[in-house]
Write a protein that binds this ligand. Structure first.
Ligand code: PMT
Length: 223
């Protein structure tokens, strides 16, 4: 019966790292592999959802039955997410988006010079925050990658970003967070109640997150 759980729903899911260009041969990025976001996309599709996956660069095979849109920078991800946000019933922001990018992108390769050098950074747009400001009917899920004070930061994000759910992973814990095939997450709901999941594969973590979402969508979701 879980195949039909999201039969009439459209999910917009983000995955992977962003890459922020410094010059034609260099960029800033992070350790996200895309696995968590891809697992969410794959499991949501198995539960019958129409899935649009906006993803940063990674080495993963495209999940079956999912519309995959490849992006590079936080600005590209912002544009694609905003283009599809209105048609989504559920938006899950599992991507690791850069908070800063080089202020100046050099057209040609930067040359080595004597002494140290500094690269000035500027803030990128906060996609989750803007979705929270604009949202109408959408159920909005953010992630929180923290190394300490996980609960406090996750609850703050829930309120500040006007999200309906925050999935917090302690990226300092063994088996949790970036790159591996497993995760350990705590799900925080809008009423600030929480559900802690044990160490699970990212596929099973994704399935459990989706079941929590379906419960919150309630009657709408043909349960
Ligand atoms: O890809 P994997 O290797 O499988 O790793 C999974 C993961 C650790 C990347 C994933 O589980 C995760 O935690 N993703 C969110 C990482 C992150 O950027 O967290 P944050 O606390 O910096 O951001 C909070 C939320 O705001 C996130 O939903 C993020 O997508 C969003 N954000 C952040 C910055 C920005 N400019 N725009 C955003 O929308």
């Amino acid at each position: 019966e879980s195949e039909k759980l999201f039969a009439s729903k459209t999910f917009l899911i983000t995955a992977g790292p962003t890459k922020e260009k410094i010059d034609p041969v260099r960029y800033f990025t992070n350790r996200s592999s895309g696995k968590m976001g891809y697992a969410l996309a794959e499991q949501a599709a198995l539960m019958g959802a129409k899935v649009i996956l906006v993803t940063g660069t990674n080495a993963l095979p495209e999940p079956k039955g999912v519309k995959v849109i490849h992006v590079e920078s936080a600005a590209d991800m912002y544009d694609e997410v905003m283009a599809y946000a209105d048609e989504a019933d559920v938006i899950i922001k599992s991507a690791a988006v850069a908070d800063y990018r080089p202020k100046l992108v050099h057209d040609s390769k930067m040359k080595k010079q004597a002494g140290d050098m500094a690269i000035e950074l500027e803030r990128t747009k906060d996609i989750l925050f803007e979705l929270g400001q604009k949202k109408k009917h959408q159920f909005l899920v953010g992630f929180a990658a923290e190394t300490d004070n996980m609960e406090e930061y996750a609850k703050n994000k829930l309120i500040k970003k006007n999200a309906d759910m925050i999935v917090a992973n302690n990226v300092a814990a063994d088996g949790a967070g970036f790159a591996g095939d497993t995760n350990i997450v705590t799900i925080f709901h809008k009423d600030l109640s929480s559900v802690s999941l044990p160490l699970l594969s990212k596929q099973e973590t994704a399935r459990r997150i989706l079941l929590e979402i379906s419960e919150k969508l309630g009657d709408d979701c043909h349960l």
